[in-house]
Write a protein that binds this ligand. Structure first.
Ligand code: ZN
Length: 502
């Protein structure tokens, strides 16, 4: 077969896989939103069936022969086809090198571990979860040995699963800067005489009104509802079926409308990225955000960099007050701005503010790092967790449920995942700085011209989908890599001014 025909067949095969993926996204969105509880077992069976079909397509004989046929020609491929080959080959190698019985055993272990973790958190019983966590760490270490191609640290392989090219060395340097800057800044905030009144924005807002606010916020930042949908779930998320169907969800709290307001802006950031991947790569494996860190940079950009800025509130306050109940008529733009930026130590990651969020992540990163580089006893984790919390945030969790047991991630083996949340924030500050070299960002926000800002992000990031590696993508924008200095400067500037710290 000639090269052209092979490429055509390769693309047709990928398209078929994409159809399965898209169908599975529709099903999982349905699972998370309106599917009846009574059908849980049916759905599990159906999901299992499609997952197995997809796995067969991505690792079977057909895929093997296509990749082998393309291998000698990989230098001759056009940019997009080369990117598809690279992505698919990487996934193929990872999937086929691990024996199927190991994958099955890991799936069983994590499924059990997830149930145990849920109960352990409820009962505040770390000891019940500990043996599962020990086994999960051992299993992940073992699986790295199957895919290992060099003598890089084991944890690097896990980090790479969630952020291609990320390494422990990179994160060590990153978190060292974050730690050195945010820990003293938080201390300054706590010692500041400036007091922010959050109660002002906690007057009751009924859910129907909040739904209108969601739509207002989504339209404001340019989320295309003609190619989108806003649903409701306990844990907000964004789900992509294709660039023309990108859905988000939120949850409502009657006494804290800002909570869903910011969750909408956050998910809109993810959705804008997905709605704006290039038309030239639509329907291919490249039509998706390139990595978790870059994806999170987009959600944080709309949520924090835009949504928690002073200019944003100067623009949005009036429009929002037209929807909000009368009780809000005297709240000023400054009061909204300050309430939206209330900072201080807290125990729960998902409720953390913009300033302290990365400290929560740092605790998890440092513990994961220990799990994969040191010989530590799992039973020591609660004590290590609490000590780090005291050191970085100045508070100690009253129990493990609000400490080491709070996140689901370790129970599904998601070690390496957490740091992407933090670098997302760092990248968002980095992109802001680049953007400011080309436009008057503050003025644009103040007049609500979010389209110009989004156009910059589309051009530099969104339209490229997964054509480049995350590192290459960032490098292409301004000739450098992840650099925590921008993030540190951004936080210092914002919170020193807000909290009147010298
Ligand atoms: Zn997110």
């Amino acid at each position: 077969m000639n090269l052209e025909a092979t490429i055509m067949e390769f693309k047709a095969h990928l398209e078929k896989m994409k159809m399965y993926q898209s169908a599975m996204s529709v099903m999982s969105f349905d699972d998370a939103t309106i599917a009846p509880k009574g059908a849980t077992a049916d759905r599990a069976k159906r999901n299992g069936f499609f997952a197995a079909e997809l796995f067969a397509l991505s690792t079977g004989e057909k895929m093997k022969s296509l990749l082998e046929a393309l291998e000698p020609h990989k230098e001759e491929l056009d940019v997009n086809t080369a990117a598809m080959y690279r992505l698919v080959k990487k996934n193929y190698d990872k999937s086929v090198k691990i024996p199927i019985d190991k994958i099955r055993a890991f799936r069983e272990l994590t499924s059990k571990a997830n149930d145990v973790w849920e109960k352990a958190r409820k009962d505040n019983d770390f000891a019940a979860f500990a043996p599962y966590l020990r086994d999960i760490v051992a299993a992940r270490k073992e699986m790295v040995e199957f895919v290992r191609t060099d003598d890089a640290p084991t944890y690097d392989y896990l980090l790479d699963d969630y952020e291609e090219g990320a390494t422990m060395a990179m994160y060590d340097e990153y978190f060292a800067k974050v730690r050195a800057a945010i820990v003293p800044l938080l201390k300054g905030v706590m010692e500041s005489k400036k007091k922010i009144n959050y109660e002002l924005v906690k007057m009751s807002v009924d859910i129907e009104t909040q739904r209108k606010i969601s739509e207002y916020a989504a339209k404001m930042v340019g989320y295309d509802l003609n190619r989108g949908y806003i649903g409701e779930t306990a844990h907000p998320f964004c789900s992509t079926f294709s660039r023309n169907d990108v859905r988000i969800t939120t949850r409502y709290d009657e006494n804290d409308f800002l909570s869903s307001f910011y969750s909408i802006l956050h998910e809109c950031g993810h959705a804008l990225y997905e709605q704006n991947t290039g038309e030239d790569i639509a329907g291919t494996v490249l039509a998706r955000g390139v990595s978790m860190g870059i994806h999170e940079s987009q959600s944080r950009f709309y949520e924090n960099v835009i949504g928690r800025s002073k200019g944003f509130w100067e623009y949005a306050t009036n429009g929002l007050k037209e929807i909000l109940p009368q009780s809000y008529k005297d709240v000023t733009a400054t009061e909204f701005y300050e309430a939206a930026n209330l900072a201080g130590p807290s125990l729960i990651r998902v409720e953390a503010d913009e300033l302290t969020y990365s400290l929560h992540i740092m605790v998890r990163y440092e513990i994961e790092r220990m799990l994969f580089t040191e010989d530590i006893d799992i039973m020591e984790l609660p004590a290590i967790w609490n000590k780090k919390f005291e050191e970085y945030l100045g508070i100690t969790p009253p129990n493990d449920a609000m400490g080491v047991l709070q996140d689901i991630h370790w129970s599904f083996g998601g070690m390496g995942y957490f740091p992407t949340y933090s670098i997302g924030s760092a990248y968002s500050a980095q992109f802001l700085s680049y953007m400011k070299r080309e436009m008057d960002f503050d003025a644009l926000v103040k007049k609500g011209d979010f389209a110009t800002i989004t156009a910059w992000l589309v051009d530099k990031i969104h339209r490229h989908g997964s054509i480049h590696t995350p590192k290459d993508l960032v490098h292409k924008i301004a000739g450098e890599q992840l650099n925590a200095d921008y993030y540190v400067d951004y936080l210092n500037e914002k919170f020193k001014s807000l909290y009147e710290i010298q």
